[in-house]
Every structure is written in structure tokens, then in C-alpha cells.
Design a protein around this ligand. Structure first.
Ligand code: DGL
Length: 284
């Protein structure tokens, strides 16, 4: 069983993609709604909450957990993989993040290649990154992109209120206004360059993709993080078939779990994913 973890609804944008691609895989999603948003929390809190969430998914039987959250990936993924997992009692399991596949698509350089190589070495594109305050403060996207493409220009813009707006179900005009403000700030930072590509570096933001599309110049391409993550997971499962649910095992349809109030949380969900299963409370 593969687990997906996010602070709330955002990782559903990734889950939707994975459930289409891997209809034979048992997928379970855990949204830590009672602690969302993570993006304004300090780094240690995000690490602690992510560790607790991953532990719950392992205890439910997941052998692989994908952090379907940029904030959790940016702050906690490496720490969990390197420091926590080996001593956690779950050393036979694994944790993956979503920054690596996104950087691979943004740079066209494999994650394993960490030094600039021709022709990417000479790439001078401008790339915009929208994210939560915590993801932007972690600097993970500029660092990882510039390691591989040192001449690229990476501009970041934090969008502090968007996750809250999505989770609370703000009206579209209110969300559009905020997206417009953040997009203008990013473009102002880009000076006279139109960014070639933009990363929606928070899994909640694809839920507002059309608003970002209208607020950005036509020449700017939005990178599709859920697809990048799907491609990367497909490749990972081919190389690590031990994480694939064996054929013949009865697949439980996708399950959505929450630490929040399932009724209220499912209501917001139906705005974005009308035929999704309802959330259930995560077993304690
Ligand atoms: N979906 C999370 C992300 O990708 C949102 C974080 C939050 O809860 O603020 O960053």
C-alpha cells in the first residue's frame, strides 16, 4: 500500500493523478487538516508533524509514503530519510518527496546529477516559484535548480493566504484577487523578463491553476507538478517493484483519511473533486 501525506487537501492534486495512473495500486491519503496550514509554521513543527503523519501511514501498513506536500518535503524529507528512518523501526520502508521530480522537470536534469553539465550549464531561462512561506524560506527550489543550471534566474514568491483560502473555501473572486497580487509581485521581481516557466510549488495551488494561468503572461508555461510526480513514481516503482501491490491482492479503493472533522473536510473536497470518496477520521 502506498501512502500520501499532506497538511490538508493539497496532496489530492497528486492523488488524483496517481489514482488514474496506478488503478491497481492500493493508495491511502492522509490530510492532517487539524494542523493545517503547515506553511506558516516553524521548521521544527513541520518536521514533527510530518514524522507523526508518516508514522501513522506506516502503522496502517503503507510500505512507501510520498510526501505530497512541498512544505513537508522542503523541510522534512531529507531529515526523515537520512536521520529518522534508519532508527525508526521502519527501516524496511521508504519515504519520497515531490521536490526532486519537480526540479528534474524544471531543469531537464536528472536528480542524481548535481553538477552543471552541457547544455543545461548555459541555460539562462527565468523560472518563477510560488510556494508557502516555509517552502520559500527553505530556499530548496533555487538551491536545487542552480546546482544543475547555475545561469538560470530563479524568482520566488510566497503566497501566505492561499492554502487557508482553499481549506476554508473562500469565494473564487477573493482567491483570484490574492493570486493576482502574488503573480504581479513575482513579475515585478522578474524585472522586464517574462518567466519561461513557473512552478506551482505547493500542492494546493493546482486547485487554482486557472487563476494562476489568467494572472501570468501567455508565454509563461505552468509546470504540472502532479504529472511530474506521477512520471517519477512510475519510474521508481519499476526500479523498486517490492513497493508495488502484488497482483491478486484485493485492492481497497482509494481511502481518504483526515485528522480533522471528516464531514466538514469532505464538504470542501467536493468543490474540487466531486466524485471523490468521503474522508474518514484517521484511526488513533
Ligand atoms: N500542500 C502543501 C504544500 O505543498 C501546503 C502547505 C500548507 O499547509 O501550508 O506546501
Amino acid at each position: 500500500m502506498i501512502g500520501l501525506f499532506d497538511s490538508g487537501h493539497g496532496g489530492l492534486t497528486v492523488l488524483r493523478e496517481l489514482s488514474k495512473r496506478f488503478p491497481d495500486q492500493a493508495l491511502v491519503y492522509y490530510g492532517d487538516h487539524s494542523n493545517a496550514p503547515y506553511g506558516d509554521r516553524d521548521a521544527q513543527e513541520v518536521v514533527d508533524l510530518t514524522t507523526a503523519g508518516v508514522t501513522q501511514l506506516f502503522d496502517l501498513g503503507c510500505r512507501l509514503v510520498l510526501l505530497a506536500c512541498n512544505t513537508a518535503t522542503a523541510v522534512a524529507c531529507r531529515k526523515l530519510q537520512q536521520d529518522w528512518l534508519p532508527i525508526s523501526g521502519y527501516a524496511d520502508r521508504n519515504i519520497l518527496g515531490i521536490v526532486a521530480p519537480t526540479v528534474e522537470v524544471a531543469t531537464q536534469v536528472p536528480w542524481a546529477v548535481t553538477a552543471p553539465q552541457y547544455p543545461q550549464k548555459y541555460n539562462t531561462d527565468t523560472i518563477g516559484v510560488f510556494g508557502t512561506s516555509r517552502t520559500v524560506a527553505s530556499n530548496v527550489y533555487p538551491e536545487e535548480i542552480l546546482k544543475r543550471c547555475p545561469r538560470m534566474n530563479v524568482i520566488q514568491q510566497a503566497c501566505p493566504s492561499l492554502v487557508q483560502g482553499i481549506e476554508e473555501g473562500w469565494p473564487e473572486v477573493q482567491l483570484a484577487k490574492r493570486v493576482g497580487t502574488y503573480a504581479s509581485a513575482l513579475l515585478e521581481n522578474a524585472k522586464d523578463k517574462v518567466p519561461e516557466r513557473v512552478i506551482l510549488g505547493c500542492t494546493h495551488y493546482p486547485l487554482l491553476e486557472s487563476l494562476f494561468r489568467s494572472a501570468l503572461p501567455d508565454g509563461t508555461r505552468l509546470l504540472a507538478q502532479p504529472q511530474a510526480v506521477g512520471d517519477s513514481l512510475e519510474d521508481y516503482l519499476t526500479r523498486h517493484p517490492g513497493y508495488v501491490t502484488p497482483l491478486g491482492v484485493e485492492i481497497i479503493p482509494v481511502r481518504l483519511l483526515t485528522s480533522g472533522e471528516p464531514g466538514a473536510v469532505s464538504q470542501t473536497l467536493s468543490r474540487f473533486w466531486p466524485d471523490a470518496p468521503l474522508f474518514e477520521r484517521i484511526p488513533s
